[in-house]
Design a protein around this ligand. Structure first.
Ligand code: SF4
Ligand code: SF4
Length: 125
């Protein structure tokens, strides 16, 4: 994929913990593909709406996530990572900020502790 990969802000956290479990087989296959692509492609567009992971999610209805919680997750990540901005084009830069300022600081659950996958992600901390 040469074009920018669209990544939704809070997915910078989800990508770290993803282990081939998710909403559907198609979702998992696509997310695994994107996670692998991001190992060699740094070029992204950071967004606060549906991204290239959401594109294969059954909760994406007409380009909008049916969960209201995810909007809060995005906002909270941006609140903590003051230098992380929508439109950021470097995956490594964005991922490192989230890793250093949220995940390594043990703040993830204060953001998305109510997510249905919390126990799974917690076990990978
Ligand atoms: S708990 Fe949910 S929102 Fe949080 S990192 Fe895991 S999958 Fe993503
Ligand atoms: S639950 Fe919502 S934010 Fe998460 S991948 Fe699905 S559509 Fe995207």
């Amino acid at each position: 994929m040469n074009e920018k990969i669209k990544i939704r802000v809070h997915h910078l956290m989800c990508l770290r913990y993803f282990r081939n479990k998710g909403y559907s087989d198609d979702f998992c296959k696509n997310m695994a593909k994107i996670k692998q692509l991001l190992e060699s492609q740094d070029n992204i567009e950071l967004v606060d709406n549906c991204d290239d992971i959401c594109s294969h999610c059954p909760n994406n209805v007409g380009g909008k996530c049916t969960s209201d919680d995810v909007v809060e997750y995005d906002k909270k990540v941006l609140d903590i990572c003051k230098n992380l901005k929508i439109g950021c084009t470097s995956f490594q830069k964005a991922y490192t900020m989230v890793d250093e300022e949220i995940l390594s600081e043990g703040k993830r659950q204060s953001i998305c502790g109510n997510c249905r996958w919390n126990e799974l992600c917690k076990s990978k901390n």
